[in-house]
Design a protein around this ligand. Structure first.
Ligand SMILES: C[S@@+](CC[C@H](N)C(=O)[O-])C[C@H]1O[C@@H](n2cnc3c(N)ncnc32)[C@H](O)[C@@H]1O
Length: 241
């Protein structure tokens, strides 16, 4: 059976997400850099597992005519984010979806310019990721892009130790910088959030970056790359022409 994210993770992530995710500000800018659209264009973006909505918000605020379909499986997340982003209500659509059931793809508009996702695809097995990449490719318009920011699986023990150390360091630094104290960092340690140090939660099934780049190629994508990599997290994807 597919292991599911639960609502207690939702609460923690809403409270501490900005501390636990390495360099979210830089990540946001990199997503924007890579979206193939002019700033005044009217186009459709789908955010797969929007969570607290930082990526949906970044896109809606940068592209004033973009329509964003924001999906999530948590009713609590969806309500929180819909309320929080009310100022963009005329251009945002919030939909409940299940990452493990691709039927949500049947209800999309004809033309989707971008599929984006942050920290969700690693809940799928490698086979499920391969299947999803193929389906996203066929649902993307020409000149579209799939951009994924996610945890990646280390390729060896030396890499695992480095990713673990680096995620720890960046979380400590961000806890002090963003919250003014080490409370978030202590939570990160106590909750054993660093999965490079504490693997084994069946909800997390990261794949290596290389496996995913290859899977994107097999799905048909072009100009595949990883544009940002930090502390075992990567922003990667590919274009469709
Ligand atoms: C780690 S959070 C990331 C949220 C957001 N994209 C971000 O970067 O802050 C993972 C999100 O995936 C959603 N999620 C996890 N498993 C899911 C599933 N099986 N179906 C739909 N959504 C799921 C959770 O509700 C949560 O909002």
């Amino acid at each position: 059976m597919d292991q599911k994210w639960n609502e207690s993770d939702t609460e923690v992530f809403l409270r501490y997400g900005r501390v636990f995710v390495p360099e979210r500000g830089e990540l946001a800018k990199t997503f924007i850099d890579l979206i193939p659209a002019n700033h005044d264009e009217d186009f459709v973006v789908v955010d797969i597992a929007t969570g607290g909505g930082w990526l949906t918000e970044t896109i809606a605020s940068t592209f004033p005519k973009a329509h964003v379909i924001a999906l999530d499986g948590s009713p609590e997340m969806l309500k929180y984010t819909k309320d929080r982003l009310e100022q963009y209500a005329d251009r945002l659509e919030f939909r409940h979806f299940d990452l493990f059931d691709a039927s949500w793809l049947n209800d999309l508009p004809n033309k989707v310019r971008c599929f984006v996702s942050s920290l969700a695809i690693h809940h799928l097995s490698f086979q499920q990721k391969q299947d999803l990449f193929k389906k996203l490719y066929s649902n993307l318009q020409n000149n579209g892009v799939l951009l994924i920011a996610d945890i990646v699986k280390p390729v060896n023990e030396i890499g695992r130790r480095s990713m673990s150390r680096s995620w720890d360091d960046v979380t400590k630094k961000q806890s002090l910088k963003l919250e003014g104290n080490l409370q978030a960092y202590e939570y990160f340690l106590n909750a054993e959030w660093n999965l490079f140090e504490h693997p084994g939660d069946p909800v997390d099934k990261p794949s290596t970056l290389m496996e995913q780049l290859n899977a994107l190629q097999q799905a048909g994508f072009s100009d595949i790359d990883a544009w940002w990599v930090k502390a075992g997290h990567a922003l990667f994807g590919g274009y469709k022409y």
